[in-house]
Design a protein around this ligand. Structure first.
Ligand code: CU
Length: 109
């Protein structure tokens, strides 16, 4: 009886881990950005994204052409504000994916 419990417990733990991972993935927002060429570009984008309200941290990767934005605990970040922050840095967002949904043009809010 004891040994038959082990696979059940393992499966349960794996389910918990999967749920936690999924929850974390949904909190972050990622933006694909055109025109970032080097670390200086990425730094400009990062600075603008970090100044958006409720953003805890942001990091842009010039090689991948993406930026990942982490919200402050329990806060929502406006996808429109993130989109506009990238534009105000002088670059072109081409897509955004986050808790509010997936966008290929500027979100409405
Ligand atoms: Cu550059």
């Amino acid at each position: 009886m004891k040994s038959s419990l082990i696979p059940t417990i393992v499966a349960w733990i794996m389910t918990c881990v999967a749920i936690v991972n999924a929850a974390e993935a949904v909190l972050e927002t990622s933006v694909t950005i055109e025109g970032m060429h080097c670390a200086v570009c990425a730094k400009k984008v990062t600075k603008k994204l970090t100044s958006v309200s409720n953003v805890k941290s942001a990091s842009a990767d010039p090689e991948k052409g993406t930026a990942v934005i982490v919200p402050a605990d329990g806060k929502d970040v406006s996808p429109k504000s993130l989109w506009e922050a990238v534009e105000s840095a002088g670059y072109k967002p081409t897509g955004l994916k986050g808790p509010a949904g997936t966008f290929t043009s500027k979100p409405k809010k």
